[in-house]
Ligand binder design. Structure first.
Ligand code: ZN
Length: 127
């Protein structure tokens, strides 16, 4: 018979190995209670670690998401800028073409007037 050092009960040891391994002599009840508590604590630690791991992953994903948002935003901005520039360019080109046509018509009209008054055409450049 042995005395449990935790609860003071007398008990019969079932495992000699167990007696030499533990710091305190424990009866079956105390032994399994302590074991259950240990495995509960280790399960808690594992859950805590897993929880922290998941939290880190979420944080990383959030950072990635923010980066993606910034990238997409700047990509959209680039596209919009390119689009606006293209529209502006074609608008300016159209405006210039219109002005050129008006100018050319004016030159032809002036030329015709000169021909009418002078009776001959002005020499063209390069001739
Ligand atoms: Zn005990």
């Amino acid at each position: 018979m042995m005395t449990c050092e935790l609860c003071g009960k007398l008990y019969i040891s079932k495992s000699l190995k167990r007696e030499t391994n533990v710091n305190f002599r424990k009866c079956d009840e105390c032994y399994y209670a302590a074991k259950a508590q240990n495995s509960l604590a280790s399960a808690n630690r594992k859950a805590q670690t897993e929880f922290m791991r998941i939290e880190n992953r979420i944080e990383k994903l959030e950072k990635k998401n923010q980066m993606l948002e910034t990238i997409i935003e700047s990509m959209v901005n680039d596209r919009v800028n390119t689009y606006i520039q293209a529209i502006l360019k074609s608008a300016i080109k159209k405006e210039t073409d219109d002005r050129m046509q008006v100018l050319q018509a004016q030159i032809i009209a002036v030329n015709n007037k000169v021909v009418e008054i002078m009776g001959f055409e002005l020499p063209k450049g390069g001739e």
